[in-house]
Write a protein that binds this ligand. Sequence first.
Ligand code: M6R
Length: 368
Amino acid sequence: EKGGHDYFMLKEIEEQPTAIADTLRGHLVDGRIVLDEQRLTDQDLRDVDKVFVVACGTAYHSGLLAKYAIEHWTRLPVEIEVASEFRYRDPVLDRSTLVVAISQSGETADTLEALRHAKEQKARVLAICNTNGAQIPRESDAVIYTHAGPEIGVAATKTFTAQVAANYLVGLALAQARGTKYPDEVVREFHELEAAPKAVETVLESLGEARALGQLLADSKAVLFLGRHVGYPVALEGALKLKELAYMHAEAFAAGELKHGPIALIEPGLPVIVVMPSPKGRAVLHSKLLSNIQEIKARGARTVVLAEAGDETVKPFADHLFELPPISTLLQPLVATVPLQVIAAEIARARGYDVDKPRNLAKSVTVE
Ligand code: M6R
């Protein structure tokens, strides 16, 4: 059943190109982005003046990425919050607010209550869900299903990358409705997204390398993760995988926060995993992160660097280097998350833990 793999999670990690491709399939019809089930009119989408994303755990990390993409493409303000905080606050919402509720299971109690909280204030709700007919899509005005297939491993992997693809579809649907992008630009972005599974396949070819890295890090007491811009949610997701699977202290920081405290944690030998942006993207992001790596290296950190293949600048400062295929900035999380999933699973395995069923966790959190 595990398809010859040591654990389900590994099989599910390998299914990510298909999960992304299946999630995108059928969403471009006659040059227009379409959602799955829609009880929202084009006018409703045009009237949106603010987006609020609510989710928990890994789904929340995918939502952080939604913020970068939607704000970039639509110029709409986007807020993102964990559902358990959102539901007990008085967020400012009205009928022009679009609330995007992201949930693999579609049954997460906090996300469902956040959605109800939003509806009470007349906000429109769009669900991103992996489970047909689950409660969250049932109570929403529109749905985009992630077609990742059933996920057995408690740790979310393929549903995360599928959620990222679905979030980007929401961004493109809004850009289309609001006219912040020309129709041909929307189509171009969609095709770029469609090409992402190929890049994920390239990363999967280096799975052995990521597993070896996991073995090397298995004895560590703690691991820190650093990222900037879209690399920051990737870092958060890498740290969450490590906590839940390897029961290891793992923390992610926005790289720019280093000097505001976290750098004090750096001591000789401490592994720090850095998600490096492409040198062909925004130069400032790349150079800032490069100097962050130098700073932590100078303090003795054991640096594990995820960088675009051919990026020579990082080599002098990387104790371990994992090369990523070139891809546009917004899509980099789809490739950069994969080695982090594998590293976490492999550390857990090396420590003798059940990768598919980590202690104290349930696949679907239907109680608070
Ligand atoms: O089913 P949901 O997407 O609503 O679940 C949300 C979280 O419980 C889930 O992502 C959890 O964080 C995973 N175990 C992370 O791997």
